[in-house]
Design a protein. Structure first.
Length: 132
């Protein structure tokens, strides 16, 4: 069977992780969820050592053991072609999954993952999910 692109979701908020995982699966990506900076770093090392390619990484800004942004140098080191998606709680807080705003954001994220899966990118680019 063909290999699916891999998305790493480094986020300690369960509902966001589930939504991101669902979006990834809807566009035929595998998703690995990690909840701390230390888990993220351990996974980056292990995946890189196993020669597993990561297409994108979703980073929560605040994690229990540090700031998600602190992982960016390691993402670039281990997965230089991976796209980095900085995500914070604000776009999701208080917004129901069936809300129109959320549907638009979900569709934009699906489109983004489809684009990343189709291209071969030589540099790491950032795509920020922001409150509208």
């Amino acid at each position: 069977p063909p290999v699916k692109p891999l998305l790493l979701c480094v986020d300690d908020t369960q509902i966001k992780s589930r939504v991101i995982n669902s979006i990834a699966n809807a566009v035929n990506w595998d998703c690995l969820t990690l909840t701390t900076c230390s888990e993220g770093l351990d996974a980056f090392r292990a995946l890189s050592k196993a020669n597993i390619v990561v297409g994108a990484v979703v980073l929560d800004c605040m994690l229990p053991d540090g700031k998600g942004q602190s992982l960016i140098p390691n993402i670039k080191k281990y997965f230089p072609k991976a796209r980095i998606i900085k995500n914070s709680t604000e776009p999701w807080r208080g917004v129901k999954v069936d809300h129109e705003y959320t549907r638009e954001k979900i569709q934009a994220f699906k489109d983004f993952l489809k684009e990343v899966a189709e291209e071969t990118c030589e540099q790491t680019l950032c795509y920020e999910v922001k409150a509208g």
